[in-house]
Design a binder for this molecule. Structure first.
Ligand code: SAM
Length: 246
């Protein structure tokens, strides 16, 4: 199908690839990817014969966008993937999607894995409202002002972070936002998947001694009772209102 197909790929477990993504990759006139070796390997393990791969990352994006747009204009089916997970979620793709839409091309979502939604779905933090913050800044001063700007926010906060920086991030978080329950979701869908939950300052001290390995999503519970709305209670209230109206 002509257009730009934005396709999610597994974040660690090949079994999470969807049938739509396999079909789109197999039929693609071109596949835009971050690292041709990683996507080449994915095609290989899926048994998909070679397709034309084109690297699309922050260093060459501006350069290759005109070529991609002209291929879309001539009716090509182009699939955009990232190394893992959903493109555009802390990954390249925003500008090509924007420009494809501006040019009137079809842009299709082929949804699937994302570390963001995988972590949120199992952390047990309120999810009625949350804010995704991507990767936090690196400098000690910057990370403190980053968290200071977030103080008073009532919703769950979600960050991507690396193992070596996790302790410093948790310490800065505890210093600026006060005591907080956090969940460290690590290596989701992989062999050593785990969730460590606890007080931010305590986990900071623990990770200071030994940085966790692998890929990490940090989920910060809201400051107060860490409770979302009670849906049963909301429903009861609504029903009551209805019966009063009758
Ligand atoms: N677009 C991707 C997605 O939708 O999941 C995220 C890309 S971002 C560059 C990579 C970061 O996602 C990692 O540094 C880590 O914070 C998180 N991540 C990716 N895979 C993960 C996994 N299996 N378990 C935990 N976190 C993961």
């Amino acid at each position: 199908q002509p257009g730009l197909h934005v396709a999610a790929t597994p974040i660690g477990n090949l079994g999470d690839i969807t049938k739509r993504v396999i079909d789109a990759l197999a039929q693609a006139d071109r596949i835009l990817c971050e690292d041709t070796r990683i996507t080449g390997k994915l095609l290989n393990v899926l048994g998909i014969p070679k397709r034309p791969l084109l690297p699309y990352h922050e260093h060459n994006a501006a350069e290759v966008r005109p070529q991609i747009l002209s291929e879309l204009a001539s009716g090509a089916a182009i699939v955009l993937v990232s190394d893992a997970g959903t493109p555009l979620i802390s990954d390249p793709g925003y500008r090509i999607v924007r420009e494809a839409r501006d040019a009137g091309h079809k842009v299709y979502a082929l949804p699937g894995p994302s570390a963001l939604t995988a972590a949120l779905s199992i952390a047990g933090a309120p999810t009625d409202r949350f804010t995704f913050l991507g990767f936090p800044p690196k400098g000690p001063g910057q990370i403190r002002s980053f968290f200071e700007e977030l103080s008073g926010r009532p919703e769950t906060l979600v960050l991507y972070e690396s193992g070596p920086r996790l302790a410093a991030t948790l310490a800065a978080l505890a210093e600026t936002l006060g005591p907080r329950t956090v969940a460290v979701a690590r290596e989701l869908t992989k062999l050593h998947e785990e969730i460590a939950e606890g007080d931010a300052a305590e986990l900071a001290a623990q990770y200071e001694k030994a940085a966790p390995k692998g890929e990490i999503v940090l989920i910060i519970h809201p400051a107060s009772a860490a409770e979302g709305p009670d849906l049963d209670e909301t429903l009861r209230r609504l029903l009551k209102t209805e019966s009063v109206r009758e």
